[in-house]
Design a protein around this ligand. Sequence first.
Ligand code: C5P
Length: 234
Amino acid sequence: FSCGVVIVAAGRGERAGQSAEGPKQYRTIGDRPVIAHTLDIFATWPGAGPVVVVIHPDDEELFAAARKRMAGTLELTVVHGGATRQLSVLAGLEAVAATGVEYVMIHDAVRPFFDHTLLDRCGAALREGAQALLPAIAVADTLKRTKAAGLVAETVPRTDLYAAQTPQCFRLEPILSAHRRAAASGRSDFTDDASIAEWAGIPVLLVEGAVDNFKLTLRRDLSMADEKLTRMAI
Ligand code: C5P
């Protein structure tokens, strides 16, 4: 079993605000950049095959510096991303496909808190024949849809609602072909890869995600992540 890995890190991270350290995937949490933590988790997972990291063309130096801060080492290929996450993933999938692997995991660089038990669960489900896997957690909050800014239109029943995480895992050939078709049809706004699988009619299986595996999106998330790692180091 060998599973290619695509790590998308080409975003500008605008919702996290500006920082001298660059986009959020390069900010320091604990003692190292976010992406160094993320890469280390794959570096020590025995199931990981070829790893492709998708970066923004302006971030070559930031990435090279962050890579040096990894605890371990990892052979990886760097490719340039596109204008949206979807297009960045497609660039990564094309590079991973060139290596001939049968499976792929697609992961956000800005989720540094997953662990090997999640990867093992996904690996096992792929080996059992799943085409597409989505780590997700049941939504805990009561959800509201708004009509105008600040005004509630209705309550959305949360039964059956899940929050999607990454790594999302796939048999490579069907998801690559779905991604190519989505891009060729002019779509570039899918915010995750399971939704492209759904669009293409590929069955997506839920696997238990982890509460800790949150996406660093806002400035506040970065401070939370930093505190969490500092606590762990004590
Ligand atoms: O913007 P969002 O938080 O959904 O980004 C999720 C992941 O996708 C991040 O790791 C980000 O770097 C990546 N991304 C990308 N290319 C883009 C936009 C986002 O690789 N054009």
